[in-house]
Design a protein around this ligand. Structure first.
Ligand SMILES: [Zn+2]
Ligand SMILES: [Zn+2]
Length: 150
C-alpha cells in the first residue's frame, strides 16, 4: 500500500463510518515505533505506522484509522477528543476503532526523565524531572554523595 492508497482509504472510512469528509493528509511514517498511528493537533494530519500494516494487515489498519479519525473529527468539532473523554469513548465504540494508540503529541505534558544522578559510592541511579541540589541531598541507600550524570 502506498501513500495515495492510504489517503484514499482514510477518506473513504471517514465518509462511510463517520459521515464526514477527511480533508487533511494521511501519510505513512516509518519513524513511529510502538504506536500504530497518531493525530497531529496542529496540522490535523494523520500518520500511520507502516509496520502495523505489514504485520497485522488491512483489518488492523482500518481499526487504527478509525481510532485516529475519532481524534480528528472530535478535535475539529471542539468536542472531547482525548482518550479519557466520554465523547471519544462513545464515538470509538460506535465506529469500532482500535482501543489504543499512543498519546497525542502536544496534548499531554511529557514525563520524560530530564536529570539523572548517580551515587558515587554504591552507584545507584536516580532519575528526576527536576534538578536535585547535590550539596543537600545524598543517596537514600548509603548516604553517599550524588553526582549528576545527565
Ligand atoms: Zn488515540
Ligand atoms: Zn549510595
Amino acid at each position: 500500500m502506498n501513500q495515495n492508497e492510504l489517503q484514499k482509504m482514510v477518506e473513504e472510512i471517514s465518509l462511510t463510518s463517520f459521515n464526514k469528509p477527511f480533508v487533511h493528509e494521511a501519510t505513512f511514517n516509518s519513524r513511529l515505533r510502538t504506536t500504530g498511528g497518531r493525530y497531529l493537533l496542529r496540522s490535523h494530519n494523520l500518520e500511520f505506522n507502516p509496520k502495523q500494516y505489514q504485520l497485522y494487515g488491512e483489518e488492523e489498519l482500518i481499526k487504527i484509522i478509525k481510532h485516529e479519525l475519532c481524534h480528528y473529527h472530535l478535535h475539529i468539532e471542539g468536542r472531547g477528543y482525548k482518550h479519557r473523554d466520554a465523547d471519544f469513548k462513545e464515538l470509538l465504540a460506535h465506529v469500532g476503532g482500535a482501543r489504543y494508540c499512543r498519546e497525542i503529541p502536544g496534548a499531554k505534558r511529557q514525563t520524560k526523565v530530564l536529570h539523572e544522578y548517580e551515587c558515587q559510592d554504591c552507584h545507584l541511579l536516580y532519575s528526576r524531572k527536576r534538578r536535585i541540589d547535590t550539596s543537600k541531598y545524598v543517596c537514600g541507600k548509603c548516604r553517599g554523595k550524588l553526582r549528576k550524570k545527565l
